[in-house]
Ligand binder design. Structure first.
Ligand code: IPM
Ligand code: MG
Length: 357
């Protein structure tokens, strides 16, 4: 069967890591006899430089016509002074919204082979963890009203955190569904001791929890959650939280896996079409050097096969290959501990492809 995959390489290390994931998908296609048709589109600063807009209409149309979208990263110092709506990041929010992708799944687990790279105390790393962060992706302060004005204190600026019952209900549903096929626990993270939007968040989550009594549901304030993630990460199974809290906590969760270069993500809506991207950014400092860790993007490709194309065995082929190369000791710079030699992005990719074949 032929599947169409739209590629959005973007900026910085984006093109290198997307190429790595394409190589791995080709290796999977060969092994499992599939055909993937890839089509690349511009997004982010690169798109802005070419067309004057970070999210050209052609890109949105191309993504809508595809079965799934694989994205590298957007942004860089070159575009940091552009007005908000023309910044590369606006394109990322724009494509998430245009495709209706309100649920962002960010799995963070510690690989046995990477325990040395985990910055936590050895007994905490030894206990291990396997967390799925379910981040709301098309609402909250990222999409609320914002503006600037002038007052007695000089210029002011504001952003609004706003959530509706429907937005909270549907993301909670995703979390409870995910918990059913995992350890059966949902931790809902908010700031209900201060924010009204968080108080509504809690009410809705409790209503949803009442419909799924077999799932344990725990509320946690976000400041405590930030602490618990480094104190005792094994207490978490599924975390459900708002757009901004999810952004922040997923970076923290990634670091305890060893490196932000390890975390994939899937952004899903009501249909099967999804957008898959590493949770890290464009890493302008190492762009073009060929040393980026491609594993987060390669693991995102596995999630793409699973969630958008229904190819579970093929997804596992990739995940097993990643686990195998880590067990062999293959390391990019970000996950190498002192004394280990680091391989390039291309060498890591070749090792994964070899493990697949
Ligand atoms: C992420 C990123 C983006 C976000 C940025 C680049 C807009 O940090 O996907 O985590 O905040 O969603
Ligand atoms: Mg982020």
């Amino acid at each position: 069967m032929q599947h169409t995959i739209a590629l959005l390489p973007g900026d910085g290390i984006g093109p290198e890591i997307v190429q790595a994931a394409v190589d791995v998908l080709e290796a999977v296609a060969k092994k499992h006899r599939h055909t993937f048709a890839f089509q690349s589109y511009d997004i982010g600063g690169t798109a802005y430089d070419k067309t004057g807009h970070p999210l050209p209409e052609e890109t949105v149309a191309g993504c809508k016509a595809a079965d799934a979208v694989l994205l590298g990263a957007v942004g860089g110092p070159k575009w940091d002074t552009l007005p908000g709506h023309l910044r590369p990041e606006a394109a990322l929010l724009g494509i998430r919204a245009a495709l209706g992708l309100y649920a962002n799944l960010r799995p963070a687990k510690i690989y046995p082979a990477l325990k040395e790279a985990c910055p936590l105390r050895t007994d905490i790393a030894a206990a291990g963890f396997d967390i799925l962060i379910v981040r709301e992706l098309t609402g909250g302060i990222y999409f609320g009203e914002r503006g600037r004005g002038r007052g007695p204190g000089g210029e002011f600026a504001w952003d609004t955190e706003k959530y509706s019952w429907q937005e909270i209900g549907r993301i909670a549903e995703v979390a409870f569904r995910a918990a059913k096929s995992r350890k059966g626990k949902v931790t809902s993270i908010d700031k209900a001791n201060v924010l009204e939007s968080s108080r509504l968040w809690r009410e809705v989550v409790h209503e949803m929890a009442a419909l799924t009594p077999e799932i344990e549901c725990v509320d946690m304030l976000v400041d405590n959650a930030a602490m618990q993630l480094v104190r005792n990460p094994s207490q978490f199974d599924v975390i459900v939280t708002s757009n901004m809290f999810g952004d922040i906590l997923s970076d923290e969760a990634s670091q305890i896996t060893g490196s932000i270069g390890m975390l994939p993500s899937a952004s899903l809506g009501d249909g099967t079409r999804g957008l898959y991207e590493p949770i890290h950014g464009s890493a302008p400092d190492i762009a073009g050097k060929g040393i980026a860790n491609p594993l987060a993007t390669i693991l995102s490709a596995a999630m793409l096969l699973r969630h958008s194309l229904g190819l579970e065995a093929e997804a596992q082929t990739i995940e097993n290959a990643v686990e195998a190369v880590l067990a062999q000791g293959v390391r990019t710079g970000d996950i190498a501990v002192p004394g280990e030699t680091a391989v390039t992005c291309a060498e890591m990719t070749a090792a994964v492809c070899a493990a697949i074949a």
